[in-house]
Design a binder for this molecule. Structure first.
Ligand SMILES: *Cc1c(COP(=O)(O)O)cnc(C)c1O
Length: 392
């Protein structure tokens, strides 16, 4: 897969710097937390906004042996030669719709998730055409109520999969499921899902399924729930050094390091009198004579409009707050009389080392979760990958 090449000078305005050494360190931390399981690095949604291929390579360099994506297109892109992912790395994707590229996935040696009969029928048909067996992972709905096969429909799906396996059309390589509330330690649904998963696995195994991997653990479960690790853990957000939830801990407490630093260059600094309205709707009015800084990032770049009058920004060592509404391409901060030059760096979030806010701070300011803050950063913001490949 070709990496995004930013238009010349795009990073002068704003940039998301991705520290691949942090991704590698996070993968090592997660492997230490789940020493008996293999690790699938979840790199869907362009690696949660961090760049799928570079993050996939970093995760593999640090010991991930599987990569996971939502869509088959994301999985196939990782199999393209330009992605630089070794051919022996297993890739799995789980978000299929009828008519999907089953044959391409089979031919690219991608494991496909099957939650229901329609998908099993399509994948076996594609396997006949491809002339080789599909690698199929059967997904159980153990309580999430999203994808996955309901317990009452499981016997039919397992029976059909075992029959197709006997005909040489597929191999059931995995049995898997997904948690609803793993980010709320002690939530009663966690134990309920684990016992439902064990039952559904036992049912399939009793009917002759011999999965290579059984797996259910996302980031919070990888970090807090050893009994959920089985053969494979599937962390996503934690790879990027972001905590799944404050209830699980801060990145620092979890031994994780945020990989993304989002910053912009002030495009204007100016003096304004007191009582001056700022940005659309005049929801901020300067309390006295002051200086305003123009940050050239807006909701088109993924800055939540809900962060209006709330999002924190570090400028010359001081936390400032979004003044008034976030617009499509820009927002304003009140610099309280300070006069940084145009081009001065405004750091929206990063690991926090330089005193800057974190993605979690933006999540709190916007009424959302840190997952959304990093993932929604738009394509107009160039990703600058540092500490890649050889640098340890
Ligand atoms: C996104 C996703 C994950 C990773 O979840 P995190 O909470 O980011 O660790 C794991 N499994 C499935 C099925 C997913 O969709």
């Amino acid at each position: 897969m070709k990496e995004t090449v930013a238009p010349p000078g795009a990073e002068l305005r704003a940039r998301a710097v991705i520290d691949l050494a942090a991704v590698r360190a996070n993968v090592r931390t997660l492997r230490d937390r789940a020493p008996h399981a293999a690790l699938m690095a979840v790199v869907k949604a362009d690696g949660y906004g961090h760049g799928a291929a570079p993050c996939a390579r970093a995760a593999v360099a640090a010991g991930a042996t599987w990569l996971g994506t939502a869509t088959p297109q994301e999985a196939l892109a990782l199999r393209a030669p330009g992605a630089g992912v070794p051919a022996d790395v297993r890739i799995m994707c789980w978000l299929w719709t009828p008519g999907g590229p089953w044959r391409e996935a089979i031919e690219a040696d991608v494991d496909v998730s099957v939650s229901g009969m329609w998908a099993l029928e399509e994948v076996t048909r594609a396997a006949r055409l491809a002339g080789r067996p599909a690698r199929v992972q059967l997904k159980a709905d153990t309580g999430l109520g999203r994808a996955g096969c309901q317990p009452r429909d499981w016997p039919e799906l397992v029976t059909a999969a075992v029959r197709a396996q006997a005909e040489g059309l597929l191999r059931v390589t995995g049995l898997w499921s997904h948690f609803a509330c793993a980010d709320e330690p002690g939530h009663p649904s966690i134990d309920a899902q684990l016992s439902q998963f064990r039952e559904m696995v036992a049912y399939a195994e009793a009917r002759g399924v011999e999965p290579e991997v059984r797996h259910i653990a996302n980031s919070p479960a990888t970090l807090t729930l050893p009994e959920s690790h089985f053969d494979l853990v599937r962390p996503g957000i934690a790879l990027y050094g972001v905590s799944p939830s404050p209830a699980i801990g801060t990145p620092q407490e979890l031994g994780l390091r945020p990989a993304m630093t989002l910053s912009a260059s002030l495009s204007l600094v100016k003096h304004v009198p007191g009582g001056h309205g700022v940005s659309y709707g005049h929801h901020y009015v300067t309390p006295g004579e002051t200086t305003l800084g123009l940050v050239p990032l807006g909701y088109a770049d993924g800055i939540p409009r809900h962060a209006s009058s709330a999002g924190p920004v570090l400028v010359e060592g001081k936390w400032r707050t979004v003044a008034g509404r976030v617009a499509m391409d820009q927002f304003v901060v009140d610099l309280g009389g300070d006069e940084p030059g145009p081009g001065a760096e405004a750091i929206l979030f990063g690991p926090g080392d330089r005193g800057e806010p974190t993605a979690e701070d933006w999540a709190q300011a916007s009424g959302t979760i840190a997952y959304e803050i990093v993932t929604r950063i738009g394509t107009r913001v160039p990703r600058v990958h540092v500490n890649g490949e050889q640098s340890g």
